[in-house]
Design a protein around this ligand. Structure first.
Ligand SMILES: NC(=O)c1ccc[n+]([C@@H]2O[C@H](COP(=O)([O-])OP(=O)(O)OC[C@H]3O[C@@H](n4cnc5c(N)ncnc54)[C@H](OP(=O)(O)O)[C@@H]3O)[C@@H](O)[C@H]2O)c1
Length: 309
């Protein structure tokens, strides 16, 4: 039998933080966790969209336990404030879904001088996870879910001398680098949890090809033909946001979900969520170590957890 939302166990007394929980896949993840009784912190940039996300969930789940937390992943100051506010309000975080992302947009820098796609997809989540670590370690069964993409296959491991692709920017190259970073971050984090004998797990997910605002935004913001092609294709052939959210929900809630594993639709971009083997450079240890060092250097944030030997 294919895994579905009916398989999500009771989430009452579990606290989840979902980045980008105000739209697309993140909203569907927040909705299903709330439906199963979890307390869900919707960590999002656009407050009006976050309010409508809350209203949309409450329309289906009137007693949903929801909280809105402003978070702009393109600002280290905002990440710091959001983490401090979550730590002040919650003793534990049981589920952290590092979902927010942008894809193949024109070159842009954040207020910290970071390349935007690397900042939102990876560096902001790296800093957020490190700062929420005390609350994650308070949970007996914490899960950190990171979201990659098949776009990672177009990416190269991070170059420590040029992580922001100065003079080498190309929208898909930057997305590929950022999504390979999301994958390597998830795997390295799980290795560090194991080395520290922590009960927490870190998983990585590719949602599949799902019709959300991701492709629409990249087509809106760029005049690229490939962006317009993917937007047209996803409207015609994409799964719904609810279907795309399933691998995230499986990694976040399935009692049998495995730390360090990849969850994707069965046929990569379509189908029910399954665990898939990872091949080749997915497990490039040197690339993971370099990414970790560059992420610490760029964000100025480090993880208070032992590195693996
Ligand atoms: N949909 C797919 O086919 C697909 C395939 C592979 C991977 N993914 C990945 O899945 C994840 C979710 O994407 P989606 O498909 O749900 O796209 P989406 O509908 O565009 O949602 C993206 C979310 O990220 C948020 N976000 C963007 N910039 C942000 C920032 N600076 N700070 C905080 N939040 C920010 C957006 O919030 P605002 O609207 O408020 O900016 C939105 O909630 C992404 O990581 C994406 O790369 C999606």
């Amino acid at each position: 039998m294919a895994w579905s939302t009916a398989d999500i166990p009771d989430q009452s007394r579990r606290v989840a933080v979902v980045t980008g929980g105000n739209g697309g896949l993140g909203l569907e993840v927040a909705r299903e966790l709330a439906r199963k009784g979890g307390h869900v912190v919707i960590a999002a940039r656009d407050p009006a969209k976050a309010e409508s996300a809350r209203a949309s969930i409450r329309a289906e789940v009137p007693d949903a336990s929801l909280e809105l937390q402003p978070l702009d992943l393109a600002s280290l100051a905002s990440v710091r404030e959001a983490a401090a506010s979550i730590l002040a309000g919650q003793q534990r975080v049981d589920i952290l879904v590092n979902n927010a992302g942008v894809m193949a947009i024109p070159e842009r820098r954040t207020e910290d001088g970071f390349e935007m796609q690397l900042a939102v997809n990876h560096l902001g989540h790296f800093a957020l996870t490190a700062q929420l670590l005390p609350a994650l370690l308070q949970s007996g069964d914490a899960r950190v879910v990171s979201v990659t993409s098949t776009g990672r296959h177009a990416g190269r491991p991070i170059d420590p001398d040029n992580p922001h692709l100065s003079g080498r920017y190309e929208p898909w190259r930057a997305y590929g680098q950022a999504k390979l970073a999301s994958l390597h971050f998830a795997l390295e984090l799980d290795r560090r949890f194991r080395a520290a004998r922590a009960s927490a797990r870190s998983m990585v997910v590719h949602p599949g090809f799902a019709n959300t605002d991701l492709q629409a935004r990249s087509a809106r913001e760029s005049s690229g033909r490939s962006q317009r092609f993917f937007h047209a294709a996803v409207r015609r052939f994409g799964m719904t946001a609810g279907q795309g959210a399933l691998p995230l929900l499986r990694a976040a809630t399935d009692p049998g979900a495995v730390g360090g594993a990849l969850y994707t639709p069965r046929w990569v971009n379509w189908g029910p969520p399954v665990r898939r083997p990872m091949v080749g450079r997915s497990r490039n240890r040197d690339a993971m170590r370099t990414l970790w060092e560059v992420s610490e250097r760029e964000t100025g944030v480090s993880f208070d957890i032992d590195p693996p030997r």
